[in-house]
Design a protein around this ligand. Structure first.
Ligand code: AHR
Length: 325
């Protein structure tokens, strides 16, 4: 796009027939970035979009085209094709799920537009179809949660009863976090998976599936752990549990991923036992990646952001107050 704008301006100037050359619009130098975001399903996602919007501004040398796919992969494919037609300089893609990207990424490559994957990954035959990936190691996050369960229940001889609420099926975040838990289940004979429910990373859906599940649960059945694959699922699960008289933090341990401010508050109160961080503030890293490509460097293929984990033991009010998301 930058190239096209320059060419058009040069032609206008050359064919100006002696007229005073108009001032070149600053837009000429802007790097045009097309961003295809998954949606706004979670607090994490909203913070992630905000991070992108705060970085890709005109004052920082960018023109941003932002498309929200409303949790539908087909909408993302349409958005990427539109960016290709618009001849953007870069495409930033937060892929909903891992599969189904080969053709459209090939089209972007054929058009000479570098694609930067953000947050989740794609499962493609040829990894040269994307220039770089910036995000989290979701499996490592899941391992942190599994290690916490191992430590918490290391003295338990009987069953450790686990309800698992999954995120959007086929997304890297779901696959990594589920993979770690399933390995934990396979490695511990007394870990008992009571149910695996789809919460789709949203509070509303989790509340609904959890209510239905609890209503059908025999009264004598205990639940030790509810492993929610993001904060918003934990909010929905806690609401459902509390409505039915469970005391979160006493009868049942709720685990979640993201560690946004609202989850940290519940963690401090003891209602969330463990919040594993997933950092949404990826805009600056994507900016660095684009700037390094602009300078002619080959960016690091995968950049995993460092993340922590929180319990009521290591949380402070200062950490919560300083949380940007
Ligand atoms: O891919 C990151 C995950 O997606 C976050 O954990 C979740 O909140 C979001 O919707």
């Amino acid at each position: 796009m930058k190239r096209l704008i320059c060419l058009v301006l040069t032609l206008i100037l050359l064919t100006g027939c002696g007229k005073t050359a108009p001032e070149q619009p600053e837009e000429e130098n802007l790097i045009v970035v097309g961003i295809s975001q998954v949606g706004a399903e979670s607090d994490w996602r909203v913070a992630n979009s905000e991070s992108m919007k705060s970085v890709f501004t005109e004052s920082r040398g960018y023109r941003m085209l932002f498309e929200d796919a409303r949790q539908i992969q087909e909408n993302q494919i349409i958005a990427v094709r539109r960016f290709i037609q618009q001849r953007v300089d870069y495409i930033v893609l937060m892929p909903l799920s891992e599969t189904g990207w080969d053709s459209v990424l090939q089209e972007a490559r054929d058009a000479g537009i570098p694609v930067i994957l953000v947050d989740r990954m794609v499962d493609v035959e040829d990894d040269s179809l994307y220039a770089a990936h910036v995000g989290s190691d979701f499996y490592a996050q899941g391992r942190k949660a599994v290690t916490w369960i191992e430590r918490e229940y290391c003295m338990r001889a009987g069953a450790v009863n686990i309800v698992h609420i999954q995120g959007t099926p086929g997304s890297t975040a779901q696959l990594g976090r589920t993979g770690a838990l399933e390995e934990g289940l396979a490695a511990h004979e007394n870990w008992n998976l009571l149910a695996q429910l789809d919460g789709d990373f949203t509070q509303a859906k989790t509340y609904e599936v959890m209510c239905r599940y609890l209503d059908e649960l025999p009264p004598e059945q205990e639940i030790d752990v509810v492993y929610c694959e993001n904060d918003n699922e934990a909010f929905g699960a806690i609401e459902a549990l509390e409505k039915r008289g469970y005391r979160c933090g006493r009868d049942v341990n709720v685990i979640c991923f993201d560690a946004t401010r609202n989850a940290l508050k519940l963690c401090m109160e003891g209602k969330i036992a463990l919040a594993v961080e997933c950092n949404p503030l990826l805009g600056p890293l994507v900016d660095d990646t684009i700037q390094s490509i602009e300078k002619g460097f080959t960016p690091q293929k995968h950049h995993y952001i460092e993340e922590q984990q929180f319990t009521s033991r290591n949380l402070t009010q200062e950490i919560i107050d300083g949380r940007e998301y």
